[in-house]
Design a protein around this ligand. Sequence first.
Ligand code: IMP
Length: 196
Amino acid sequence: MFIIVLATRNQKKIEEINQILNIRNVVLRPYHEYIDIHIPEPGETLLENSLLKAEFVHRITKLPALGEDSGLFVEALNGAPGVLSARYEVNDKKRIERVLRELGNSKNRKAWFRAVIVYYYDIKKYEVFEGEIEGRIAYEPRGESGFGYDPIFIPFGYKETFAELGPVIKNKISHRAKALKKFKKFFIRNFVERQK
Ligand code: IMP
């Protein structure tokens, strides 16, 4: 068995990463099974935060680590909440209310999710993978599935929000799915096929 430690405590993200990656003989373990602390996200970019998390977890566990940082970028809000997505308000409901309030009746509802994943596998050795999905912000929250801003994000080509579409569709098209698929390809080429 090959262990990869996930540098996130967000249970919903962990579920998504597990569903999307699904690599034979690879187990994903959340870092809080090894150390019970909160890793701060002080960076100004998704890459800085993702790298910081992955490097930190690798240093503590000495195991390959996967860091992930993501956010929602709204064009009419000059890219907000962006890298501050998780800290925009105290909980998901309030974060959604704030985005809808700030956007008001703006006709420009263009938005995108972005995920940056860092696979940190040895001292100073890491790879970066990115994924993005474009869409628009709904006028009110709809749907129960997922997490974060899912109830107000309508991916391009759909009428439903991520929260209405559910995990099967979301995990095929999302920013996280796109970044993780790139990682999976890299991982299989470099760590699985080489052992054959
Ligand atoms: P962090 O990467 O843990 O800093 O959190 C990123 C934040 O962006 C999450 O807490 C959500 O608010 C938001 N976010 C990132 N990805 C998604 C997604 O797939 N759906 C909804 N919200 C997301």
